[in-house]
Design a binder for this molecule. Structure first.
Ligand code: UTP
Length: 297
């Protein structure tokens, strides 16, 4: 019997410099997509995939993120008193079971690999998921759930993969493919942020992973990879050197890079249009400004 994936690491210790000055005081993960913080989308996706333990790797200045997960009994009472049952339900759906969330501090931003390594004692000897809340994925079946189901068949390590334009390869970990099986690809190598002419394929890794605990041992041994940071990609690639499997999983769904301003704006429009209470107004507005644009050309 394969171990079930019940733990997820959320590395949120980065500085979020692309959103300065907002991130001077607001953690990026708390910024709102329509009316929910980015991190809520990641938590909901994790819950749907069967995750029971949520491990946040945080840093200085992320207090608002920790506060977000506190229950709000006074606010709940007020909503109950005023008969605002719908809002009460919205609020209660964000409540987490006591003890389900742990916070670990990454003392220096030494990279994603280092952030994951910081959580090693809470993972122990089990497979675990890693989720980057910056990557928001709109999908009928949540992306991590798709991956967990595939992982139950394959074991090994699994990374979410998506096709990108060649000039974008220098922003991603890129997969070197041994065999392409459609949804799944058998990976024979991984390269962190290669230039377009050095990229082994156009399949990029995005922020969802299911990893074997041996990846944490690989991180132990790593000093630093590309850019002086400790790269998660290098620790996963080391699995291949030790004859363990790595699969890429082409998920169904649309991924938004909410770590970038443009991706965040696109996600805002798309999620706004997906909301029945907002769709008509937003669509009319978008239509109007497109008309004005066209007229000006
Ligand atoms: P990014 O590369 O997007 O960095 O990290 P960032 O600091 O969040 O944002 P920018 O580039 O300065 O705008 C990808 C993910 O890895 C986490 C980040 O919090 C984010 O979820 N991370 C990165 C860490 O937890 N620790 C690190 O040392 C680096």
């Amino acid at each position: 019997m394969r171990n079930k994936v019940t733990k997820a690491i959320f590395p949120v210790a980065g500085m979020g410099t692309r959103f300065l000055p907002a991130t001077k005081s607001v953690p990026k993960e708390i910024m709102t997509l329509v009316d929910r913080p980015l991190v809520q989308y990641a938590i909901d996706e994790a819950r749907e995939a069967g995750i029971k333990e949520f491990i946040f790797v945080t840093s200085r200045g992320k207090g608002a993120l920790e506060d977000y997960f506190d229950h709000a009994p006074a606010l709940e009472e007020e909503l109950r008193r005023k008969g605002k049952t719908e809002l009460l339900e919205v609020l209660q759906n964000t409540n987490m079971e006591s003890g389900a969330i742990a916070y670990i501090r990454q003392h220096r931003a030494l990279g994603l690999g280092h952030a994951v390594w910081c959580a090693r004692r809470l993972i122990g000897d089990e497979p675990f998921a890693v989720m980057l809340p910056d990557d928001v994925i709109a999908a009928d079946k949540p992306c991590l759930q798709q991956m967990v189901e595939a992982y139950e068949e394959t074991g090994g390590n699994m990374v979410a993969a998506m096709e990108v334009a060649p000039e974008k390869s220098s922003s991603y970990g890129m997969l070197d493919i041994r065999e392409d099986m459609g949804h799944m690809v058998d990976v024979k190598g991984m390269v962190e942020k290669p230039d377009a002419d050095k990229s082994p394929s156009n399949l990029a890794v995005i922020g969802r992973y299911i990893l074997a605990p041996t990846v944490l041992q690989n991180l132990n041994k790593l000093k630093s990879g590309s850019g002086g940071e400790i790269q998660l990609t290098d620790a996963i690639a080391a699995e291949l050197d030790q004859n363990r499997k790595v699969y890429g999983y082409r998920f169904e769904g649309q991924r938004f890079d909410c770590g970038s301003k443009s991706g965040f704006l696109q996600a805002t429009v798309s999620f706004g249009l997906g909301r029945p209470d907002l769709e008509a107004d937003l669509r009319a507005y978008l239509h109007d400004i497109m008309q004005v644009d066209k007229a000006a050309q």
